[in-house]
Design a protein around this ligand. Structure first.
Ligand code: PDD
Length: 286
């Protein structure tokens, strides 16, 4: 089935959805994005995604083309027009099309380019991968220093994913100064006893929307949360490990650089956290 794609206010069949070759998103990776999941035809954690979008845009001096109410209407249109029950809505805003290539930003007369499309993923919540867990390798973190801005500069994360694929595993964890920053497209955690350890927020990592919710649910479930960086050796000696993202939710990590974490299979704390997260998010979905 051909998808309906949103381009600058129009809802078009995907074969007719186009942006200019002069768009700064294409030429300069001058754009930001959000991935919001959909379960039971409803948006998961929608408002925090809007808040982060506004922050990414403002950090780059880019106009926000819509207010939160307009965004919600557009997202709902996308879900409805694509009959999306389970999957993701992808949103990208770029600095637009100045009509030529120039390093300097264009003035306010150039409007941002807005694109949204949906990705249908039946069985996303009941993922078989969550039952076996992910295996990861570590690679140096060679990204720029403003990873808190959700830009479309995703070449190095793509290289990380390819390194993982080549090694026959599921993902790469980035390491900087001897400690883990995050995964290619997710935040990273280890578990020791009843304690969850994850890197504190800074410019070094993306401020995950799933991270906020998961840490809140963990505290409510009487789990301890410690925000500090951890090394690969510490992860290999942890009881459990996991990642979070809007598309993988809470995903167990069972092996790091060829060494089993804990029993080498998904452990009880992460399984419980995934269940709580999905239950609570389904309940609050809009
Ligand atoms: N990635 N860290 C990075 C580098 C990410 O790209 C992502 C999300 C996260 C998790 O953030 P959130 O919980 O808000 O999804 C952390 C999305 C899913 C993607 O690029 O597809």
């Amino acid at each position: 089935m051909s998808r309906i794609v949103h381009v600058n206010g129009a809802y078009l069949p995907e074969s007719e959805a186009m942006v200019s070759v002069f768009d700064r998103g294409f030429l300069m990776a001058d754009g930001v994005y959000e991935v919001t999941s959909v379960l039971d035809g409803k948006l998961i954690d929608f408002t925090p995604h809007c808040v982060r979008l506004a922050r990414s845009l403002s950090e780059l001096d880019m106009q926000n083309p819509h207010d939160d109410a307009d965004w919600l209407e557009i997202f709902r249109q996308m879900v409805a027009r694509n009959d999306l029950a389970e999957g993701m809505v992808y949103l990208q805003v770029t600095r637009g099309n100045p009509g030529d290539r120039d390093f300097a930003y264009p003035g306010p007369e150039v409007s941002p380019t807005v694109v949204l499309f949906t990705q249908s993923k039946p069985g996303l919540a009941d993922s078989p991968a969550a039952k076996v867990g992910w295996r990861v390798i570590s690679i140096p973190d060679l990204r720029w220093d403003r990873r808190d801005i959700k830009t479309v500069q995703l070449l190095y994360p793509s290289m990380g994913k390819m390194a993982a694929k080549k090694a026959g595993v599921d993902d790469s964890w980035f390491v900087q100064d001897g400690v883990v920053t995050e995964g290619t497209s997710n935040n990273a955690y280890i578990v020791k006893g009843n304690r969850i350890i994850t890197r504190p927020l800074s410019h070094d990592i993306l401020h995950g929307i799933t991270r906020v919710a998961v840490l809140r649910f963990a505290a409510e479930a009487q789990m301890e949360v410690e925000e500090r960086a951890f090394s690969i050796a510490e992860a290999q000696n942890a009881d459990e490990a996991f990642i979070t993202s809007a598309s993988a939710f809470v995903m167990p990590v069972v092996e790091v650089d060829g060494k089993a974490v804990g029993a080498g299979k998904p452990g009880p704390l992460v399984a419980r956290l995934r269940e709580i997260y999905l239950d609570e998010m389904r309940r609050a979905a809009i």
